[in-house]
Design a protein around this ligand. Sequence first.
Ligand code: CMP
Length: 143
Amino acid sequence: MTIERTLSIIKPDAVAKNVIGEIYDRFEKAGLRIVASRMEHLSAAKAGEFYAVHRERPFYNDLVAFMTSGPVMIQALEGEDAIAKNREVMGATNPADAAAGTIRADFAQTVDENAVHGSDGLDTARAEIEFFFGNDGVCPRTR
Ligand code: CMP
């Protein structure tokens, strides 16, 4: 078991449903601590840069349009095996495949509007946290 940090985004569909608190509750009940948090309405340039790895995929333009359609809630989560734990709590990318009781099964309907994003590995997590919170935007939990 290792203490990790991961980047999480509550996407515009879930923010619009007003379920930020319910999703935070699931993070906390899973043992994940919020160590940075900000609401932001992403520009197309910022959303496009964040998802640059998908630039060649057919869904890229729709993804950027969706991610800029309303504000998102961005957070860094910390805890034991935080990256895998967050992905477990989120459920599969496509809500149709997501296990019962996961965030995507409960709050999302389609793969395009799937409620949450979570980093998929250690290097990505580090880069994504720095992308949104810089080098000093995360607050260590001292107690
Ligand atoms: P996310 O984890 O934020 O990373 C990329 C996003 O692209 C993904 O969640 C989905 O919301 C979205 N997406 C849309 N279509 C697809 C697809 N066919 N495969 C994977 N991701 C997709």
